[in-house]
Design a protein around this ligand. Structure first.
Ligand code: ATP
Length: 275
């Protein structure tokens, strides 16, 4: 007999306890279908040890900000994605650092982006254990068909006291441009201090990561990466245009515009609700 760990809503089974139910069915007609399917997948990959439990909490924070942005790529994000692609296309040694959440959500897309701009993929985990590291590296290699760095970490990022300082000399330490999807602020700031150009992908425009980045992409990872790949494919052929895009990009102004958009959306919504 199946344990009573789910309930039924509109004919679909929903996840209610910290336990994954593999045969959960979410009808495609459900208005939150995409988000719910993603949650199920994240829950499954947590069971499998790829995503950490705190990674699930970070995912929830991302969902909340995405909700405020209308779950779409806003024009400011498009501008940042173009600037990010320009930076990657001009880089000498670009590196994409990948954690459990980023691998679970967008491994294949990150593989495409790495090929489009010649970037190296390096795994870096907040909750680092040898077995989990092996698991995430294997998963990423299987999904992307690329070799990834991270199993052997022979370098340390200065200014970080935890295990998160660990990285590779060949990858992160030698990089001039680093893409950090879903990163925490400490590492982002340390990379900027180390003289690297940093591109973040983080739905929170207030995070230290977004504030510290050279280019902060405030968009959902699975939407942002394919946009960046499409832009990078063109810009690697047009370095002059890439430089021009970067000259015109202002990270602080772009983040302010996003905050303004969120505030306007909220006050607009509030006035509609109270009418
Ligand atoms: P900081 O240390 O930079 O101030 P933080 O404490 O929020 O930020 P984490 O908890 O490591 O750092 O956050 C991960 C970030 O990733 C969150 O800000 C969240 O909004 C963002 N995030 C989570 N899921 C996604 C996603 N799918 N796409 C884009 N961003 C996401």
């Amino acid at each position: 007999m199946r344990p009573a760990i789910y309930r039924t809503y509109l004919g679909a089974h929903f996840y209610v306890r910290a336990r994954f139910v593999p045969d959960v069915h979410i009808p495609e007609s459900h208005p939150r279908h995409r988000s719910l399917v993603t949650r199920e997948r994240m829950a499954q990959l947590t069971e499998e040890g790829l995503v950490s439990v705190t990674g699930l909490i970070a995912h929830g924070r991302g969902e909340a900000f995405d909700y405020l942005l209308g779950e779409r790529t806003v024009p400011e994000a498009e501008t940042a994605e173009r600037a990010a692609a320009a930076l990657l296309s001009l880089a000498r040694r670009p590196v994409i650092t990948v954690n459990g959440n980023a691998a679970a959500l967008a491994a294949r897309e990150l593989g495409e982006l790495s090929r489009a701009c010649g970037a190296t993929l390096e795994v870096n985990l907040f909750h680092r254990e040898d077995r989990r590291m092996e698991k995430v590296c294997d998963f990423l290699e299987r999904e992307t068909g690329e070799k990834v760095l991270g199993r052997r970490q022979d370098g340390l990022l200065e200014g970080i006291s935890s295990d998160r300082a660990r990285c590779t000399k060949e990858g992160l330490l030698a990089a001039d441009v680093v893409l950090i999807p879903l990163e925490d602020g400490d590492r982002a700031e340390a990379m900027v201090k180390a003289g690297k150009d940093v591109i973040s992908i983080d739905l929170n425009p207030l995070s230290r990561t977004s504030r510290a980045a050279t280019v902060a992409v405030v968009d959902e990872l699975t939407r942002a990466v394919p946009n960046m790949t499409a832009q990078a494919r063109g810009l690697v052929q047009r370095p002059e245009e890439a430089r021009d895009i970067l000259d015109r990009f202002d990270n602080r102004r772009n983040l302010e515009a996003i905050l303004e958009r969120i505030c306007k959306g909220l006050t607009g919504q509030a006035s509609t609700d109270t009418r």
